[in-house]
Design a protein. Structure first.
Length: 334
């Protein structure tokens, strides 16, 4: 059976920086609260009509293709993870295929929120293993800022989320010693509504929302039971990382770099402590970008790689937790 490596990484974030002080001018919040509770100092929010979930994905993909040093025509398949697609349907995978100028290759959309990139990576891994494809473009991209409640009512959610995209070229490994060792996927649908955007949806179609209270209807904004999500996250992250280590006969001391989904710096620090990892074994960049959901792991991985923190032969662990609830991990011999 083949194994799959990540041959190239790329990311893209909008140029518009929004600091905590900027937010305090539009809602009742402050730098101290946001920094203390989340570690976030600033995030990128789209402020141009030209940018979208698929346009950011396009830029991230071009960077990943360049990093992988492959011809884009060698890409066999696209897997696109997002909770903020350009349209309700079709998903943005097909738009990315068109914008990249690729032939009629398949494009799959993944709806697993913060765990979306690891779920997508797991799918790519299976296709490479079986020999069905040789080069797969895996993307996570999110345009949150247009849909957040930026009043004091929505401050518990809106200060956390940022826009951005990350992409990976997942390819057939040239050597059996390198590649994705295993992926581990979990879900617990009983908590679906603890972190969700209920409307617009088929349960809450647009006319129903607008015939009612219109834009005042809270259903058009994401809802998060923050404390509840936090408690589950700090349990599930260590569990799913431990599962990946155990499956491959490793211990946490073997990890060269853990890239946790950038949900909250406090969650990452809690996980680091629980797993007894040193500072240099964990990569965080939430301070600059906020929580970019499906994009957070590929953005962080691309930055870490650029900074020389991900090298051939390293043991890299990716882990995520979020809406669904879903959680997932991947262990990679780079
Ligand atoms: O990526 C997907 C998964 N998501 C996560 O993992 C997020 C998990 N949850 C969290 O990170 C945290 O729960 C938050 C950062 C979202 C919130 O932190 P918290 O410590 O759970 O705060 P809280 O929601 O319990 O709110 C505490 C207080 C409240 O005021 P009172 O009722 O104590 O007077 C809130 O109204 O802080 C208030 N508050 C704010 N104050 C200033 C909530 N948001 C803000 C804000 N600025 N932005």
């Amino acid at each position: 059976m083949n194994s799959a490596i990540i041959k190239g990484m790329g990311y893209y974030v909008p140029s518009n920086v929004v600091t905590n002080d900027d937010l305090s001018k539009i809602m009742d919040t402050n730098d101290e609260w946001i920094t203390e509770r989340t570690g976030i100092k600033e995030r990128r929010w789209i402020n141009s009509k030209e940018e979208s979930t698929s346009s950011m994905a396009l830029e991230a993909s071009k960077n990943a293709i360049a990093d992988a040093k492959i011809d884009k025509a060698a890409i066999d398949f696209i897997i696109f993870a997002t909770l903020s697609p350009d349209y309700y349907f079709p998903g943005p995978g097909v738009t990315l295929q068109k914008e990249l100028g690729l032939d009629t290759i398949g494009a799959l959309d993944v709806r697993n929120q913060c765990s979306g990139f690891v779920y997508a990576l797991s799918i790519a891994d299976q296709y490479i293993k079986t020999g069905m494809y040789e080069n797969i473009l895996v993307v996570g991209s999110e345009y949150h800022s247009g849909g957040l409640d930026k009043t004091t009512r929505g401050r518990g959610v809106s200060v956390i989320f940022g826009d951005g995209a990350g992409a990976a070229i997942v390819s057939k490994s040239p050597s059996a010693d390198r590649g994705i060792l295993s992926t581990h996927l979990h879900a617990q649908g009983e908590y679906a509504e603890e972190l969700a955007l209920i409307g617009p949806s088929t349960k809450r179609w647009v006319p129903e929302i607008f015939n009612g209270k219109g834009l005042e209807d809270e259903a058009i904004y994401p809802y998060m039971n923050g404390t509840f999500v936090f408690k589950h996250a700090v349990t599930r992250f260590p569990q799913v990382i431990g599962e990946a280590l155990e499956k491959n006969g490793h211990q946490s001391t073997d990890i060269d770099l853990l890239i946790p989904h950038q949900a909250n710096l406090r969650i990452s620090q809690f996980v680091q402590k629980k797993m007894q990892l040193r500072d240099d074994q964990v990569f965080n960049n939430i301070q600059k970008y906020g929580n970019t959901t499906a994009a957070s792991i590929p953005i962080a991985l691309a930055e870490a790689k650029q900074a020389g923190k991900v090298k051939e032969g390293d043991l890299i662990c990716l882990a995520a937790f979020g809406s669904g609830f879903t959680w997932a991990s991947a262990l990679i011999r780079w």
